[in-house]
Design a protein around this ligand. Structure first.
Ligand code: NOJ
Length: 533
């Protein structure tokens, strides 16, 4: 049984915003905080009650805000601190919450701490980063190449697990822990309600085991941030490479006062052999992983973060469902599979209108540092067309194209020139068109979230899976007290589905079914209350 604090979190429905690409209010081609304020009613009407904003702090944007140069100031392109205060107030007025993105593993090399640190070995910031006379190991940067870079001013090498301009902070130095506590406290004072924590597993290194993360002091450091009195009520979700439930429990068991939950990524491999290589796959592989995490988190009194997409991934429907002729069915079926499970739903911008992967004929249409570096690497061993196909498949820019609001100029995203080319399917997939369609993904999400909120069964209700691993569909129930709901999600082929109990008429269905039993079309889904005996 979840404790009271965690049960409260199950009422959160989070919408993730990539501010750069959400809505531009001032015509500079870049999304901003005032743009988000303009769209709050659209989000409130969808049924979400919390926003997670990707980083909004000052940054040279080599990794679009994940390279922070000042944690206590707003990125110029996004607005001012007054805009942030206005956003927080506008959210709270609507009973909505704000989750900030905290990036504790690294700063931009433009950050004052790094600029001071590189000046020499005897200033207050000299040990804020990892400095070595010789390269100590073979660690690689996530964006390819060595994770060590020589700095001529300091005359030493520093660690950068990501871009050369993202230097890893040395958490072994108590002053770094203190500095990051100050950052957390600053944003608590501002009124934020939670944090998403970037690559949390990396803040403790294990040089002895030659492991860049999951080091011996990881839990001590997390506790130092969030175990403190002022941070205990926050909702905290860590981005982490955790892969098993015991490890998750070590981060999230309520009594540890570390994190509320984690983003676990094993289902991100559905439909791909690696990030840039497709693999034939269906919704089955996703179902099996969802079932496993439901069962395991339930046993351990934990809850998962329910997500299929984010700013680092190409949309899930393009990998394991039909993003062409049955795009509406696929987008809604996936939502029913995922968001009626136990946990906290995270909806990535554009998911609610069934956005898919994009396609371009030139690498010049891409901006993402990871994609550009991967492309260069691929071109060393394959023809450019093949390399481009890989980028089109896996690029993070798939998720970072401007949100398409309507069919007007620049899809209603900006009156200026967008910072990155628009989504290649924006004429077909945009909010205005979806909302006026007979079958609307947005309206399905709306109905689903309404249902989820209205019945306790969808919150802390017990999860039971009725379909087996061989079935080409997913059937599960959620039960609370004497009420049980069944969720039936068919996969890619037509199926006759028999349920072992009688049901009321579906309260939710993507193709207007009248009965939960019977023949299902591809990607058809229905949610119905089980008749009491
Ligand atoms: C994970 C973030 O989600 C990603 O966008 C970023 O590039 C890396 N961490 C580095 O901060």
């Amino acid at each position: 049984m979840l404790n009271e604090k965690y049960r409260g979190f199950l009422r959160w429905v989070v919408y993730q915003i990539y501010p750069r690409s959400f809505m531009d209010s001032n015509g500079d081609g870049i999304g901003d905080l005032q743009g988000i304020i303009q769209k709050l009613d659209y989000l409130k009407a969808l049924g979400v009650n919390a926003l997670w904003l990707c980083p909004c702090c000052q940054s040279p944007n080599d990794d679009n805000g994940y390279d922070i140069s000042d944690y206590l100031d707003i990125m110029d392109e996004f607005g001012t601190m007054a805009d942030m205060d206005a956003l927080i107030a506008a959210l709270h007025e609507r009973s909505m919450k704000l989750i900030m993105d905290l990036v504790p593993n690294h700063t931009s090399t433009a950050h004052r701490w790094f600029q001071e640190s590189r000046k020499g070995r005897d200033n207050p910031y000299s040990d804020f980063y990892y400095w070595f006379d010789e390269i100590p190991n073979d660690w690689q940067s996530a964006f390819r190449g060595s994770a060590w870079e020589y700095d001529a001013l300091r005359g030493q090498y520093y660690l950068h697990s990501f871009a050369v301009s993202q230097a890893d902070l040395n958490w072994e130095n108590p002053a770094v822990v203190q500095a990051m506590q100050d950052v957390v406290d600053f944003w608590i004072q501002k009124g934020v309600d939670g944090f998403r924590i970037d690559v949390i597993d990396m803040i403790s290194k294990d040089f002895e085991k030659n492991q860049n993360g999951f080091g011996p002091r990881l839990h001590e450091f997390i506790h130092a941030l969030f175990g403190r009195e002022q941070a205990r009520l926050l909702f905290t979700v860590g981005e982490s490479g955790v892969q098993d439930i015991d490890e998750m429990a070590r981060h999230c068991a309520a009594e540890r006062q570390e994190l509320s939950t984690l983003f676990v990524f094993d289902h991100m491999e559905c439909g791909r052999a690696d990030k840039f290589t497709p693999r034939q796959d269906t919704l089955r592989s996703l179902r099996d992983l969802l079932v496993r995490w439901q069962q395991e988190t339930e046993k351990h009194d934990l809850f998962p973060a329910l997500f299929s997409d984010n700013h680092d991934q190409a949309p899930m429907i393009s990998r394991i469902a039909d993003d062409q002729a049955l795009r509406y069915e696929s987008a809604t079926d996936l939502a029913a599979m995922l968001y009626l499970l136990k946990g906290v739903p995270f909806i990535y911008q554009g998911q609610e209108i069934g956005r898919t992967a994009a396609h371009y004929d030139s690498i010049d249409c891409f901006d993402d540092i990871e994609s550009i570096r991967a492309y260069r690497g691929f071109c060393e061993t394959m023809p450019p067309e093949e390399a481009l196909a890989k980028i089109n498949f896996g690029s993070r820019d798939n998720a970072r194209r401007p949100m398409a609001w309507d069919t007007g100029k620049n899809s209603g995203f900006t009156t200026g020139t967008p910072w990155i080319p628009l989504h290649s399917r924006d004429r077909e997939i945009n909010a205005a068109r979806d909302l006026s369609a007979k079958r609307s993904v947005y309206r399905f999400y709306q109905a689903l979230l309404r249902l989820r909120t209205a019945h306790d069964a969808f919150l802390d209700g017990a999860f039971r899976v009725l379909s087996s691993a061989d079935d080409p569909f997913f059937i599960y129930t959620r039960s609370w007290k004497d009420e049980t709901w069944v969720i039936v999600c068919n996969f890619e082929s037509r199926q006759k589905i028999r349920l072992p109990f009688g049901c009321e008429a579906p309260a939710l269905s993507n193709l207007c079914r009248h009965a939960a039993d019977g023949e299902y079309l591809p990607y058809e889904c229905a949610v119905a209350r089980v008749k009491k005996q």
